[in-house]
Design a protein around this ligand. Sequence first.
Ligand SMILES: [Zn+2]
Length: 302
Amino acid sequence: MKTTTVFVAVCLILIDQGARSRFLLPHVPDRVFPPVPEYVSNSTLDEEGDEYDPEVSPGLFQGDMALTTEFYNFWRVGIRFDVFPEKLWKGGIVPYVISPLYEPSETVTILKAIRTLSFMTCVRFIPWDGKRKDYLLIWPIKYPKGCWSFVGRFGGAQIVSLQPPDKRGPNCLGTEGRALHELMHALGVFHEQSRWDRDKFVKIHYENVIPQYKSNFDKESLENTTYSFEYDYDSIMHYGRHFFSKKKGKPTITPKQPGVKNIGQRDALSKGDCLKLNDLYGCLKNPKTRRKYYNICNFLGV
Ligand SMILES: [Zn+2]
C-alpha cells in the first residue's frame, strides 16, 4: 500500500473514532440520585471523619451500594440469579464506557481492573457500541462522591462511581483494588460479612459503630441466601476492621477464627472472589472451563 493511502486510511480511522466517541458519550449530570431505601439515602455524608474512606462515605446502602427498595428485601451475598434473572448480565457480557474526565493514569487503573476480571473469569467486558441498552458508565460522579455501584445489572446506563485522587488521597483509583470491588458489585456480588452465617466468623462491635450506619452491618436470612464457597476473610468484598467506626482505633468488626489477622483488603481478588464470580456466571459448569478457571483462581487469587 502506498504511504499516502496508509495516511488517508489512518486519518479516516481517527476521524471515525473521534466522531464515534462524541456520539457515544452520554450526558452525565454532576449530581445523581441512585434509588436507595429512604432511611439510607437520608443519612448524611461523613466528610469529617479522621479516617476518610471514599468507600464508606457515599451514604448509600452498606456504604457503597445503590439499591432499590424492592430489591433491598431480597439481597444476598451473591445475587440469586434464579430469583433475580434480570440482574444478570446476559451471556456474561458487560459493555462499558469510561468517562473522558479521568486522567490517562486513572483510566489505566480502571482498565487494569477490567482486564483482571476478564482474565480471571469468563465475564467479558466490551467497549459499549452505542447501541446496547444496558451498559456500565464508569464516571467520577460529584454527588454522591466516592466509590459506589449498583448491585447486578440495573438496566440502561448504569453508573459505577470511582472518585479520582485529590488532595485527600488516592480515593478509589490509587490501585485497581477499589475499582475491582465496585465492579464486583456491578456484577452482582454483595459484601462478604453480610452472609447469614457470618457470626461464626466475625464479631460486630455495634457499640463502636456510628449509630446511623448500624444497618450497614445487617445480615440476611438463610431463606434468601445460599453459598457455594466457604466464608472468605480474604475477600475484596469484606469490610475492614474500622469501617463506620465512631472513633479512631475502635474496631467495628473483628475475626473470630484464630490466626486470621487481616480483613478488608482492597488489593486483589481472593481465590474465593474469583470462584464466586465464575460460579455466578456459569463459568464452572463446563468441565473444560471449570478446570481452567479453578486453576486461574488458585494461582492468582490472594
Ligand atoms: Zn462495597
